[in-house]
Design a protein around this ligand. Sequence first.
Ligand SMILES: [Zn+2]
Length: 301
Amino acid sequence: MRDGLLVVDAHTHIQLTEHTMAGRDGRLSVVELIDRMDRYGIDGAFVIAHAWAGWKLSQYQAEHDRVATAIADHQDRLVGFCWADPLLGPAAVAELRRCVVDLGYKGLKLHPVYQRFSFDGPQVRPLIETAAELGIPVTAHLDLRVQGSEPWRMIALAETYPEVTFVMAHMGRDLQALQDLSFARAAADVPNVLLEGSSTATDAYGTFEGPAVVLGPERVLYASDAGPFHHPAVNLLKIDLLNMDRTSKARILGLNACRLVQWDPDSIRRAPDWPAGTYDTPSGVKTYACPATGVFRLGGQ
Ligand SMILES: [Zn+2]
């Protein structure tokens, strides 16, 4: 917990097989993930199965089995999201069904950058329709710089499927758009789009408070992309630094994530509580002055 508030990280990964990325060892076990959550006051997390570019169906199936088995004994801390490649057609739909019905996954992740499809293209629709039928949310890694993955495609798709909740992971992965709140503004009139702040650039206001002003605090999610590469404390510090009201922080830190996957907050086993701005670091416990002063506000707010 953080300052007495429930924290649910809406985007994490574990890596159970050997994998090197940018020269770094990418492995992270579920025990290591939970240790880290305990160390930073993160009570619950979504664990997103990870598929790399060019994977075959059998590789997806093996990853889904591995992650489901790993998190099965930690249902009071972890919820699984499965992965799908729309270009696999009906086999992808069948695997999504297996993941949700047989393995207990609670959400779907799509990655048009790795799997190279157009996010609002016709191949995606059977998966979205199946997500609607299964009652699960769809999160996606979008990227303004990659054709087919532009964040506005999610907004268009969400308008077509108002019964499905979509999560824009990484807020579109563009610093300028984050700072001028472009994607929040674009999504403002489409209530089934949520913005999630994992592995974003460092603008605390642009990542959390600005989108909460534009969309309402019920449509913004704390997330880290924690796994081998992204430290979960960075985005926690951003939220600590902001002078948002406590009710909004509670929603962003954890309650919105619980609502997304219908996870009862009372069923989540709590991590140790940390005061806002206090972190266990390699050089000892450090405390930052939180909330910080001098943060710019939206004009007219
Ligand atoms: Zn990720």
